[in-house]
Design a protein around this ligand. Structure first.
Ligand SMILES: C[S@@+](CC[C@H](N)C(=O)[O-])C[C@H]1O[C@@H](n2cnc3c(N)ncnc32)[C@H](O)[C@@H]1O
Length: 299
């Protein structure tokens, strides 16, 4: 077998070879080639390779489509990003200019079955950094393996903050009596695929992050902080999210932020309608973001 010396090929040629591997379903090999090319790639090629590293490293049924969309868009425009449920182009991708962001997003990417979550992470990280200067603690409802909180907590070195971050999950998926019809199938991703112990241990290096096993909303009656500066609502479950709003909204401090993770996804239409109605009743609105997230800042 002839050997290929990477110094003899251009980044464009190497990328075309790895794109071919993606099309053949050889994702692990493609990921290796994209990563190998990245270190010596010219600046103009780096972000194109980074998007590909994300798509080749975290695969799902939509990987061929996402990769195809990336190539199609790059045929006509620059600065293309393709993630899960989101493609952007001609936008400043500030996260790619932030070495710490890229390193941590890459390090924890396998905790989520969705590739290139950068725009979503950027929203939550922004909210967490705002919360640093507000009265109150941080809360996540719906933790799964801990992906988003771990990324943000390590980025901001939350272990040194004089605040506590409370993370709640059943650690056994969406309860059967709460699961929406549109999430019945995808609930299999959460059932028996992760454990309380695993997530608790993942956060053991930050003593001010408390991982709590329990069902929302009932668990909130037992352990919820009195004042909340940031709430990440990510239960994929309209019943529990509305009950959680009833339980904690008054604890959100002035300027406090809620990021709803699922709010704008078409599959979560029930959440979108119910949460809009909940806020409209109180004369307030959630801002829908193109990431699928909803953003609310309390007056
Ligand atoms: C989309 S995942 C959370 C993802 C996580 N925020 C992240 O960024 O990686 C939704 C989680 O909500 C949990 N969940 C759903 N309904 C719940 C409830 N009523 N009480 C507690 N946890 C619940 C599920 O077990 C699942 O882990």
């Amino acid at each position: 077998m002839p050997q290929i010396n990477f110094s003899e090929i251009t980044t464009e040629q190497g990328m075309a070879m790895a794109d071919g591997l993606m099309e053949a379903g050889q994702y692990d090999l493609a990921a290796k080639v994209y990563r190998a090319l990245l270190s010596s790639a010219p600046a103009a090629m780096k972000n194109r390779l980074r998007v590909r590293v994300g798509l080749s490293s975290v695969r799902n049924a939509r990987t061929p489509m996402s990769h195809g969309a990336l190539k199609l868009l790059e045929g006509g425009i620059r600065d293309v990003f393709v993630g899960e449920g989101l493609a952007t182009w001609s936008k400043t991708m500030a996260f790619y200019d932030d070495a710490r962001f890229i390193e941590l997003a890459d390090r924890h990417a396998d905790l989520l079955p969705l590739p290139n979550w950068h725009w979503n992470l950027q929203t939550v990280l922004w909210a967490v950094r705002q919360a640093q200067h507000l009265d109150g603690d941080l809360v996540e409802l719906g933790v799964f393996k801990g992906h988003t909180t771990l990324f943000c907590a390590e980025y901001v070195e939350f272990g040194d903050w004089p605040k506590t971050w409370f993370l709640y999950d059943t650690f056994d998926g969406i309860p059967d009596d709460q699961v929406d019809a549109s999430f019945k199938k995808s609930n299999a991703v959460y059932k028996g695929t992760f454990s309380f112990e695993e997530v608790r241990d993942r956060f053991a290096h930050m003593a001010n992050i408390k991982v709590i096993k329990g069902r929302v909303p009932e668990v909130l009656a037992k352990t919820c902080p009195d004042r909340i500066a940031f709430l990440h609502m990510d239960l994929n479950n309209v019943t529990a999210e509305i009950q959680a709003l009833d339980a904690v909204f008054d604890k959100i401090t002035p300027g406090g932020i809620i990021v709803f993770d699922d709010y704008g996804w078409a599959v979560s239409r029930a959440q979108f309608d119910a949460e809009n109605a909940w806020f409209a009743k109180r004369g307030m609105q959630i801002l829908p973001l193109p990431t699928g997230q909803g953003l609310f800042i309390k007056r």
